[in-house]
Ligand binder design. Sequence first.
Ligand SMILES: Cc1cc2nc3c(=O)[nH]c(=O)nc-3n(C[C@H](O)[C@H](O)[C@H](O)COP(=O)(O)O)c2cc1C
Length: 225
Amino acid sequence: MKKILLVVCSFLILFSLSSFAMAETVHTDDGSQKITRVERMKPMNETLRTIAQRFSCRAYDGRLPEKEKLDAIALAAVQSPSAMNRQPWQVIVITNKPFIEEMDAEGMRILAEAEDKSAYERFMGRGGNLYYNAPCMFLILKQPGTDMDSGIVSANISLAAASLRLGSVICGMAAIPFNGPKGAFFKQKAGFPGGWEFGIAVLVGCAKSSGTPHEPDTSKIRFVE
Ligand SMILES: Cc1cc2nc3c(=O)[nH]c(=O)nc-3n(C[C@H](O)[C@H](O)[C@H](O)COP(=O)(O)O)c2cc1C
């Protein structure tokens, strides 16, 4: 009986916490345009709940998630839409922690030597790592001029990770070691095929602590009807 009560209470708490957005139409004076504000409401399904709950995770406990989950995320990556279905990507899943740490150290070294120290100081303030002790990097390689497609792949990866209760963060800074003096070595070690370039990376792992999704700015939404 106690167990049932506990389950029911947990469900009610989770349900009440997961409220997010509700649409409301506002008419403009000239009547030609309607702007719809989006207020808080409960996500309508599991996909919207995942989107609402995702946050950029910047602290990992270092444990590698189960292979089955990494496979599922990799599949979600290549299920992304792309212009004319060209699929201009390669998805490299790096789970070699010493390799990730080697790139992290080189990235931090490059940032420390940069004239503008703001990025270096930001990462020092976050624990001194570029990759936050993540045990896994999904590295998206792209064909020149296909940034949009890579971006969509990174979104699929983050959302798939969130749906599996894993932490993730899209990481543009992962480009730094590939563009530095040891870039050719790192590219060779990661297995960049010729003609492919860094698109974006997504760090994935078990979150060390919970995080908060950013406050959505609904004033940026406009409906023209
Ligand atoms: C293209 C792109 C590159 C990003 N690069 C980094 C990065 O290098 N390091 C990092 O900590 N976060 C990075 N982020 C995460 C953003 O900082 C984060 O999405 C933003 O602050 C909003 O927070 P949220 O993801 O928790 O909603 C990147 C996000 C995007 C979309």
